[in-house]
Write a protein that binds this ligand. Structure first.
Ligand SMILES: Cc1cc2nc3c(=O)[nH]c(=O)nc-3n(C[C@H](O)[C@H](O)[C@H](O)COP(=O)(O)OP(=O)(O)OC[C@H]3O[C@@H](n4cnc5c(N)ncnc54)[C@H](O)[C@@H]3O)c2cc1C
Length: 475
């Protein structure tokens, strides 16, 4: 060796790009390998098909990305993203009723996924220590059960495989990660894996936001009540750049949205409240309806493996793919990259680095994993393969606490601030056990129950105009 240190990151999605940023602080050369040709602008691409659906980036993830790549938030906003104050700029029907629009203590970045990625990609790939190998597919890990020493790749179109040596390989290839084949090829077992699949189907259509509703109309969402015994059906109207609305509907097994235009509207009308349907009724559609079924939650417990090879770290959806309804995947990827940074600061490239990093990453993905999994197991026909006691023997007790806190928080400003900090992945869920938070819970709801969407007078007028335009179209 020449004395230079090198890392290879497999996958140039959000997790891979953030991992590359982190690695560039600790090693001399970082190579990012992606199967796709990465677009020069904010365009959808084949390797991230989910990018055509609504992607909410919560403040826990946004702040972490900002800390890793200073200036990113400003660049998102300059490119047309909105900073939405949670819950001030939101109208949400939760499982427990309408959420009061308390002053925003957290936020979300609202724009398309291609724009989120583009801004991050430009910043990361401009780094002098980071090189991109696009149109190049990762095929296998090199090394053995004790240490991964590199990766075999296939430059697409070239027809001949190549070996890239590395002190550290990061698998950030997303839901389609081949670790279940790559590890056995090194003589290692596949790590323990839990799966929770409520059979969610996503259907998304983009609309032009009606006149007067692009700049600051609230984000509107209607969520399922997982306690009602039926499939979970949800809908969200998310403002995105260029004065558009991305409308995403989703339904669990036997309650899935169809792919036709009429089915899309009918599904929106049948949600627990018709506000989403009223909004889109008179809006001009800019695309057809696109659907995906790639939504199940699946977590690898690499940190529990008896033997974990030095030189290999798994991150992002490759480690924990989450039901997207909760909007946690990108934030979990960011928190995972940050955990990798801390592990590298402590252990540099020492042999124990990979196992320590995997433990640190596991700690930050645990909250989003359990939020998604614990709620999803309530839906009928949810397919599960889990060992986690929080999803088996202790599930009912956990659910009772979550329901009490959820029903109180929508009507209590202090409790809402505490739960929103957790649900935006800004603080760990253990903060809900804080005596001050429990005192807010005991105090109970501080505001009346809302019986209709908490729209301001001007917003209600705009909504009425949309609904009336829809009747005109229908008639
Ligand atoms: C429908 C849907 C909606 C979602 N909504 C939200 C949301 O609202 N909020 C949120 O935070 N998260 C959301 N998510 C989750 C989010 O999309 C993922 O968590 C996030 O993309 C994970 O990033 P990643 O980099 O791990 O994987 P990806 O973004 O999937 O990137 C993987 C990359 O690896 C490349 N690749 C794959 N295999 C290979 C290979 N063999 N060799 C080389 N390259 C390879 C791909 O081309 C791609 O670039 C949603 C997911 C879905 C499915």
């Amino acid at each position: 060796m020449t004395g230079t240190t090198g890392a290879v990151v497999l996958g140039g999605g959000l997790a891979g790009l953030l991992a590359a940023t982190v690695l560039a602080r600790h090693v001399d050369e970082v190579t990012v390998v992606d199967r796709d040709g990465l677009p020069a602008g904010p365009e959808p691409r084949k390797g991230v098909p989910q990018g055509r659906h609504a992607h909410l980036l919560w403040s826990g993830g946004a702040r972490t990305i900002e800390a890793l790549l200073p200036g990113t938030t400003e660049r998102w906003l300059a490119a047309g993203a909105r900073r939405v104050a949670v819950h001030q700029d939101m109208v949400s029907l939760t499982a427990y009723g309408w959420q009061h629009r308390f002053p925003g203590t957290q936020f979300m970045i609202a724009c398309s996924r291609p724009l989120l990625d583009h801004v991050v990609r430009e910043a990361v790939l401009g780094h002098p220590r980071i090189t991109l190998r696009e149109r190049t597919e990762a095929r296998a890990l090199r090394g053995g059960a004790d240490r991964v020493t590199g990766v075999t790749v296939l430059p697409l179109g070239a027809g001949r495989e190549e070996d890239l040596a590395a002190d550290l390989v990061v698998d950030a290839t997303g839901r389609g990660s081949r670790l279940d084949r790559w590890l056995p090829a090194l003589g290692l077992p596949v790590p323990e894996t839990d799966r929770v699949d409520p059979g969610i189907v996503y259907a998304t259509r983009i609309y032009r936001a009606p006149h007067g509703m692009a700049a600051d109309f609230p984000v509107v969402s209607v969520y399922a009540d997982h306690r009602d015994g039926g499939p979970g059906r949800n809908g969200v109207v998310l403002p995105i750049e260029d004065d558009r609305w991305m409308v995403t509907l989703s339904g669990t097994r036997n309650g899935e949205p169809g792919g036709g235009e009429a089915e899309f509207l009918a599904f929106a009308r049948a949600l627990r409240h018709p506000v989403v349907a009223e909004l889109i009724a008179g809006a001009e559609p800019l695309t057809g309806v696109r659907r995906t079924r790639s939504t199940a939650s699946r977590r690898l417990f690499c940190e529990r493996a008896e033997r974990w090879p030095a030189g290999l770290v798994v991150l992002g959806d490759a480690l924990a793919a989450l039901n997207p309804v909760y909007g946690h995947g990108m934030s979990a990827a960011a928190l995972g990259a940050d955990a990798l940074d801390r592990a590298l600061t402590e252990h540099a490239l020492a042999p124990e680095l990979a196992a320590r990093a995997q433990q640190a990453i596991a700690r930050v993905v645990d909250d989003p994993w359990i939020f998604a999994a614990a709620q999803d197991i309530c839906y009928p026909d949810c397919r599960t393969d889990v060992r986690d006691p929080r999803l088996t023997t202790r599930a009912a007790e956990r659910r009772r606490f979550a329901e009490l806190i959820g029903a109180t928080a929508i009507r209590s400003p202090s409790l809402s601030a505490a739960t929103t900090a957790v649900s935006t992945l800004s603080v760990p869920s253990s903060s809900l056990e804080d005596p001050a938070v429990l005192a807010h819970l005991r105090r109970g709801p501080q505001r009346p129950e809302l019986l209709r969407p908490p729209l301001k007078a001007a917003e209600r007028e705009l909504l009425a105009r949309c609904a009336a335009a829809g009747e005109g179209v229908a008639g």
